[in-house]
Design a protein around this ligand. Sequence first.
Ligand code: TMP
Length: 207
Amino acid sequence: MTGRFITVEGIEGVGKSTNLQWLAQRLRARGIDVLLTREPGGTPLAEQLREVLLHAEERVPPVAELLLMFAARAVHLENQIRPALAAGRWVLCDRFTDATRAYQGGGRGEAHDRIEQLADWVHGDLAPALTVLLDAPVEVALARTRGRGSDDRFERESIAFFGRVREAYLGIAAREPARVVTVDATAPLAEVQHRLEQVLDHFIEFS
Ligand code: TMP
């Protein structure tokens, strides 16, 4: 039996890391074998590409950024995600191609068709069965990232950039309501996690 593929998305500051750890723990508590991983990254080579993507010291043209995201994804899929799913493990991934649609598409303005062609090429037959979109207004989310001390190429982007990223995410959620569940990340953590538990219950029961 193959495992299930779940992704978590959202702009910086919506509480992705905390809630991913929590989701992994809730799935494990149900006896499910979970691989918790992330993009860009998830294997040694893909993590090297992540380092380039987040901390390059020269200008990264948007087309190069797009191709490097998919290069890292191809490595991650082949060396980590597909083998785990084939072994029956569930894969819980911090971001996947929706992030490319939102950041490189919405944020940078790369053409939708081009992104979909690459998605089809790199993982045509594989899509997440469930995507949790943690959503919050840009000002609220970015205020939470202040003082974290990290400052990568994306975190240095403007409010307008993150506004476009958020709109792109909400557009995906509106177009694919069966796959993408939007969760209000401005709610208190206990409420967010209550909602996530309901989402998991529904997913496990009906998938
Ligand atoms: P993280 O901060 O969630 O670990 O993600 C690293 C950054 O990479 C984040 O700012 C979003 C960005 N990103 C893209 O721009 N496109 C992608 O396809 C992915 C997976 C991440």
